[in-house]
Ligand binder design. Structure first.
Ligand SMILES: Nc1ncnc2c1ncn2[C@@H]1O[C@H](COP(=O)(O)OP(=O)(O)OP(=O)(O)O)[C@@H](O)[C@H]1O
Ligand SMILES: [Mg+2]
Length: 212
């Protein structure tokens, strides 16, 4: 599904090479955990794999297509339907409710009724334990609740690859386990998940652990 070939990345204002000829293949049914100390390059790797951070060298192939040689339109289409990405820090529009924040990004682009997307969003929120918060505004949620809402948003169009940066950070261990269990079920439905994490519970659900 996803193949990263010899990825190298160094940030412009820094001499340090963050990723050095890194290879990774992710197949359907895999739950890959990227671990490693703070600053080891996990978020950098996930952003490169998602198609949002151009590597200096190497390629990222998703279904045999090089993400970094696609047109903006083709890449947006992949981001809308096939690759869900949850960054380490969440982004929500302050003036919209949680449900609107989840559904609206897809309304113009996804050929489905608002009603159906809303129902699906509510289903994810429910299973993630925050079904009662759909109509609240982002500032009315805790950090961990927002994290779950961001996950619901990334899962809305059932992308076959979900890339989530620290999905359980800041959550109590029971809530963290609910999330990892939910992601594990998602993988078993024929998708793939890549997470960056410091959460040791990942060892119970990941099919592979990559250490940076
Ligand atoms: N935009 C940037 N410009 C310059 N350096 C950066 C930038 N983003 C990250 N870095 C540096 O690149 C290195 C890797 O950062 P990255 O965010 O990938 O680490 P991480 O493994 O995700 O860490 P954490 O566990 O703290 O989230 C760090 O040394 C960081 O300071
Ligand atoms: Mg990080």
């Amino acid at each position: 599904m996803l193949t990263a070939n010899s990825i190298s990345k160094r940030y412009k204002n820094s001499r340090r090479v963050v990723l050095d000829s890194f290879d990774l293949t992710v197949e359907e049914g895999e739950f890959v955990a990227v671990m490693g100390e703070s600053g080891s390059g996990k978020s950098t790797l996930l952003a490169v794999l998602s198609g949002i951070l151009d590597p200096d060298e190497g390629q990222v192939l998703f279904d045999q297509k090089d993400l970094y040689s696609l047109s903006d339109e083709e890449l947006s289409e992949i981001h809308r339907r096939k690759i869900g990405y949850v960054p380490q820090s969440n982004f929500f529009l302050k003036t919209n409710t949680i449900l609107e924040n989840i559904v609206e990004p897809f309304l113009l682009s996804y050929d489905e009724e608002e009603e159906e997307l809303s129902e699906r969003a509510k289903g994810h929120l429910e299973k993630l334990g925050i079904g009662d918060l759909a109509d609240r505004f982002p500032h009315e949620l805790s950090g961990g609740e927002l994290k779950r809402a961001a996950l619901a948003r990334a899962l809305l169009t059932e992308p076959k690859l979900l890339i989530a940066d620290e999905p359980t950070t800041g959550l109590d261990s029971r809530t963290g386990e609910i999330i990892l269990g939910y992601l594990s079920e998602y993988v078993k439905r024929g998708n793939a998940v890549v997470v960056a994490t410091h959460d040791e519970h990942i060892r119970e659900v990941a099919t592979r652990i990559v250490t940076l």
